[in-house]
Design a binder for this molecule. Structure first.
Ligand SMILES: [Zn+2]
Ligand SMILES: [Zn+2]
Length: 215
C-alpha cells in the first residue's frame, strides 16, 4: 500500500513545484483502489499538487473526509468534475454532486480489504480516522485528531496491533504513548512536531506535500 501526501502545511519535496497550505490530504493506493483521505482547504492547490505529483484524480474511487472542517473538506468541490463515480465517506453533510455517493459513517467498518474506518469518535469536533493494514501491522491515518490521539489509537486497536501513526495530531502532548511505534509522521496541525522528532529520532519522519510512504 502506498501513501502520498498531497496537501499539508509543509512541502516535503522541493523540486516539483508543490505548494504548502494549512490543511491536509493524503492519497492511498492499494492495487486498483485509490482512496483520497481529506481534501485540504483550497481546490486549486489540491489540483495543482496532484498534477505536479502525476496523480490523475479520475483514478480516485473513494473519498473519505475525517471531519467537517474547511481545511479537510475545502478541496472537495473543485475535485468533483475530475472524479468519476466515487463513494464519499463522511460523518455529516452531503454529497456535493451526483457522481459522489454518500456513505454516512457512524460505526467502525471496512472500506476496502485492508482499509478500515474507526467510525465516528466524539470530540471537540467528531472525527473518523483510517486504519491501514501494512506489511508490518496497522498504520493509523488521522486528520486533526480532535477526539484525541489516545482515543483514536484505542479505537484502531480493534483491528489489531498498531505500528504507525501519521497525520495531524493537533495539540496532543501525551507523547510517551508513541514509544514503541515503528513509524510516526506528525503532519498538518501537530503542535509538538519538533518535540516528537527529538524524542523519537529513529522512528519519526518529517511530513509534507510529496512525501511517499510504502507500508
Ligand atoms: Zn479540524
Ligand atoms: Zn485540520
Amino acid at each position: 500500500m502506498r501513501l502520498t501526501v498531497v496537501y499539508d502545511n509543509e512541502v516535503y519535496r522541493r523540486d516539483a513545484g508543490l505548494k504548502s497550505d494549512w490543511g491536509f490530504s493524503c492519497l492511498i493506493e492499494k492495487d486498483d483502489e485509490v482512496i483520497l483521505f481529506d481534501t485540504g482547504a483550497k481546490g486549486e492547490i489540491l489540483l495543482s499538487n496532484m498534477r505536479n505529483l502525476d496523480i490523475d484524480p479520475s483514478r480516485i474511487n473513494k473519498v473519505v473526509l475525517s471531519h467537517e472542517h474547511w481545511d479537510h473538506t475545502g478541496g472537495l468541490k473543485a475535485l468533483e468534475s475530475f472524479l468519476g463515480e466515487v463513494e464519499l465517506y463522511r460523518l455529516g453533510g452531503e454529497a456535493p454532486s451526483e457522481n459522489m455517493h454518500l456513505v454516512l459513517v457512524e460505526d467502525a467498518q471496512v472500506i476496502v480489504d485492508g482499509v478500515y474506518t474507526t467510525g465516528r469518535l466524539e470530540g471537540f469536533v467528531d472525527e473518523q480516522a483510517l486504519v491501514l493494514r501494512g506489511r508490518k501491522g496497522l498504520y493509523v491515518l488521522v486528520g486533526c485528531s480532535h477526539p484525541g490521539v489516545e482515543r483514536i489509537l484505542d479505537a484502531a486497536k480493534r483491528y489489531g496491533e498498531v505500528v504507525g501513526l501519521m497525520g495531524g495530531f493537533h495539540d496532543f502532548s501525551n507523547l510517551s504513548i508513541l514509544r514503541g511505534l515503528d513509524f510516526i509522521s506528525p503532519c498538518h496541525c501537530t503542535r509538538y512536531k519538533r518535540r516528537i522528532m527529538d524524542l523519537y529520532p529513529d522512528t519519526c519522519g518529517k511530513c509534507g506535500v510529496g512525501m511517499v510512504v510504502e507500508i
